[in-house]
Write a protein that binds this ligand. Structure first.
Ligand SMILES: *[C@@H]1O[C@H](CO)[C@@H](O)[C@H](O)[C@H]1NC(C)=O
Ligand SMILES: *[C@@H]1O[C@H](CO)[C@@H](O)[C@H](O)[C@H]1NC(C)=O
Ligand SMILES: *[C@@H]1O[C@H](CO)[C@@H](O)[C@H](O)[C@H]1NC(C)=O
Length: 441
C-alpha cells in the first residue's frame, strides 16, 4: 500500500468513526438524498444540521450553499474545501459554517458533483431552467424536512452560483407567495458573483494594470479583447461572447505570465497556465475553471470514502463526471447578465448582500461596483450616500479584515486579502460575515 493508499484507508476509517459519533464538533446530524427534479434529471443534496451547543439547529438559520462553474460541486468543493465541518483531509475545520447554521449543499445544476442526468437532453440550458429545477428540489426538501419550514433560510453562493442564486431566489419568493413552497426565506448573499459578466471582463485590464500585472502593451491587448466581447454582447451573439470571453482570458494569461484568475497574488500551476494550440473554449473553460474545483485529491475523496459513506450514488455515476457537459450546455446563457433579477429581488423586499474578495480577478470588485451603481432600486441613492465601516479581522484585532455598508435591504462586504474563494482564503472573516448577515452578530 502506497502513501496515498494508506491515507485513503485512514480517511475511510475516520469516516466510519464519524458515523459512529465522535464528541463535538463531529457529532452533528446529517442527511442526504436525491430528488428527480425532471424526467432523467437527478439532483443530490447533503444537509448538515448546525452543531453549535447549546443553541442546537432550531435556534440557528439554514444556509444553502451554491457553487459556481456552472459544474462546480457544493457537496465536494464547498463542503470539503470551504465551509463544511471537515476539510479535504477529513480533519475538523475551525471555521466551519456548521457552528453558526445548518448547511445544505446542493449539487446544482443537474450533472454537477453527484447530481446526474440520464440523457443529454436533460441538462439545463439557462438559469430559468436551473431555478425551476431547484424549486422542485426545495419543495421536496421542505416537505421531507418540515422541521426547517420556520427556520430562517438563506442562500449563499459563489461565482456562477450567484447568478443561479439570484434566479432561484426570485422564483422562491414567488413560490412562497403562492404557497407552493413552505419556508422562511430570509435573504440571499452573492459572493464574487457572475451577475454582470461584461462588467467583469471590461474591468480586467484596468484592475490588472493598477496592480502591476499588465504593462501598457498588455493593457491595450486585454482591453481590445474585452471590447470584442462587448460587441458580441451588443449584437446578441451570446455563444460567440462566451468564446471571446475565453479568448480574453488567454490574452490575460499571456500578458501576466499566467496570473491566477482566482487570486491575483498567485499564478496558475504550470500545467494549467497556458493554452495549447487548438484547445477550444469548452476545453479551456474546463481546464481553467472546472479543473481547479476537481483536484485529484478531492476527486479521490469524493469517489472513494465519501461515496461509500453516502451509499446511494448509482454505480455508473462519478462525482464530477458530467461537469464539463454542464458548462457546455449553458454556454449560450453564460454571459447574459441578471442585474434585472437583483433589482426585482430588491423591489420585492428580499435582503440581498453582495460580498467580494479584494484579490479576485475573474469577478473583480471594480466590475461589481459598476453594476451595483446601475441598479434601479429606489434605495440606491441612500446607499451611495453612506460611507463604509471597517471590520476587524476576527483573528487579528486592530487589523482591518473587511469593509461593509448596509442600507435598507441591501448590503455590500469588501473582503480584504481574499480572492474568489473567500471562505478558503479568509475563513474567520467569512464566518464573521455569515453571522452578521444572518443577524447573529
Ligand atoms: C447509468 O445506467 C443507467 C441504466 O443502464 C442509464 O439509464 C443511465 O443513463 C446511466 N447514467 C449515467 C450517468 O451514465
Ligand atoms: C430556457 O430554456 C428552456 C428549455 O430549452 C426554454 O423553453 C426557455 O425558453 C429558455 N428561457 C430563456 C429565458 O431563455
Ligand atoms: C432584512 O435585514 C434587516 C436588517 O438589515 C432586518 O431587520 C430584517 O429582519 C431582514 N429581513 C428578513 C426577512 O430577514
Amino acid at each position: 500500500m502506497g502513501l496515498r493508499g494508506a491515507a485513503a484507508s485512514f480517511s475511510f476509517l475516520l469516516v466510519i468513526i464519524i458515523n459512529k459519533g465522535l464528541p463535538s464538533p463531529l457529532t452533528g446530524k446529517e442527511a442526504w438524498s436525491y430528488v428527480e427534479v425532471r424526467d432523467g434529471a437527478h439532483m443530490f443534496w447533503w444537509l448538515y444540521y448546525a452543531d453549535d451547543q447549546p443553541a442546537g439547529y432550531k435556534d440557528l438559520p439554514l444556509v444553502m450553499w451554491l457553487q459556481g462553474g456552472p459544474g462546480g460541486s457544493g457537496s465536494g468543493f464547498g463542503n470539503f474545501e470551504e465551509i463544511g465541518p471537515l476539510n479535504r483531509d477529513l480533519e475538523p475545520r475551525k471555521t466551519s459554517w456548521v457552528q453558526a447554521a445548518s448547511v445544505l449543499f446542493v449539487d446544482n445544476p443537474v450533472g454537477t458533483g453527484f447530481s446526474y442526468t440520464d440523457r443529454a437532453d436533460a441538462f439545463t440550458t439557462n438559469v430559468t431552467m436551473v431555478a425551476t429545477d431547484m424549486l422542485v428540489l426545495l419543495k421536496h426538501f421542505f416537505t421531507e424536512k418540515a422541521e426547517f419550514q420556520n427556520i430562517p433560510f438563506y442562500i449563499f453562493s459563489e461565482s456562477y452560483g450567484g447568478k443561479m442564486a439570484a434566479a432561484i431566489s426570485l422564483e422562491l419568493t414567488k413560490a412562497i407567495e403562492q404557497g407552493t413552497v413552505k419556508c422562511n426565506f430570509a435573504g440571499v448573499a452573492l459572493g464574487d458573483s457572475w451577475i454582470s459578466p461584461l462588467d467583469s471582463v471590461m474591468t480586467w485590464g484596468p484592475y490588472l494594470y493598477t496592480t502591476s500585472l499588465l504593462d501598457d502593451y498588455g493593457l491595450a491587448d486585454v482591453n481590445s479583447a474585452a471590447e470584442a466581447v462587448k460587441q458580441a454582447m451588443e449584437q446578441q451573439q451570446f455563444t460567440k461572447a462566451t468564446e471571446l470571453w475565453s479568448v480574453t482570458e488567454t490574452v490575460v494569461e499571456q500578458n501576466t505570465n499566467g496570473v491566477n484568475f482566482y487570486n491575483i497574488l498567485t499564478q496558475q500551476p504550470d500545467e494549467r497556465r497556458f493554452s495549447s494550440a487548438g484547445e477550444n473554449y469548452i476545453a479551456l473553460q474546463t481546464r481553467r475553471h472546472i479543473g481547479p474545483l476537481h483536484s485529484q485529491s478531492l476527486s479521490e475523496l469524493m469517489n472513494g470514502p465519501i461515496r461509500k459513506k453516502l451509499g446511494i450514488i448509482p454505480q455508473n455515476v462519478t462525482w464530477g463526471g458530467q461537469a464539463d457537459l454542464v458548462f457546455s450546455y449553458m454556454a449560450e446563457d453564460f454571459m447574459k447578465p441578471v442585474v434585472d433579477i437583483v433589482d426585482q429581488l430588491l423591489k420585492a423586499g428580499v435582503n440581498v448582500t453582495v460580498y467580494n474578495g479584494q484579490l479576485d480577478l475573474i469577478v473583480d470588485t471594480m466590475g461589481q461596483e459598476l453594476w451595483v451603481k446601475r441598479l434601479k432600486w429606489d434605495g440606491l441613492s441612500g446607499f451611495n450616500k453612506l460611507r463604509w465601516t471597517p471590520l476587524d479581522d476576527p483573528t487579528s484585532p486592530g487589523i482591518t479584515g473587511a469593509f461593509y455598508k448596509t442600507y435598507k435591504n441591501f448590503a455590500f462586504y469588501w473582503i480584504l486579502k481574499a480572492g474568489h474563494m473567500i471562505p478558503s482564503d479568509q475563513g474567520p472573516m467569512a464566518l464573521q460575515m455569515l453571522k452578521m448577515i444572518t443577524q447573529q452578530a
